[in-house]
Design a protein. Structure first.
Length: 122
């Protein structure tokens, strides 16, 4: 299916400016949230330009909703994400070893490090 002129595919990378305009959030807030939420890690290319994946944009939408619509504090959102990470980690531990997918161990290590960073910033 053809995209309308000037529109990106849903899975395309987006710059910080595009995400900022799409979500009506200032760019500095997106950069600040990157420093507070280790789960939000856009791809950085030459010159430290940020490129947000579709899952990064979805996470920004969720953070914005939690902070600005549901009344969470930054610390509250960090705790919520840490709890969700622990639930995912325990679900992974319950998966039989013969169903272990490639890279799952690396994801578990990444999630554990993200949880440690979140706990350290409290």
């Amino acid at each position: 299916m053809a995209q309308p002129p000037g529109e990106k595919a849903s899975g395309a990378f987006r710059t910080i400016g595009e995400v900022s305009r799409e979500l009506d959030l200032p760019q500095h807030r997106l950069r600040y949230w990157e420093s507070r939420f280790p789960q939000l890690r856009p791809v950085k290319r030459a010159g430290q330009r940020r490129y947000y994946r579709a899952e990064d944009v979805a996470l920004v939408r969720r953070i914005d909703s939690l902070l600005n619509r549901e009344g969470y504090t930054i610390a509250g959102v960090q705790r919520l994400f840490a709890q969700e990470g622990k639930a995912k980690a325990s679900a992974r531990r319950e998966t039989p070893a013969d169903q272990d997918m490639p890279g799952q161990s690396l994801r578990a290590i990444r999630d554990a490090l993200a949880d440690a960073l979140a706990a350290d910033s409290r």
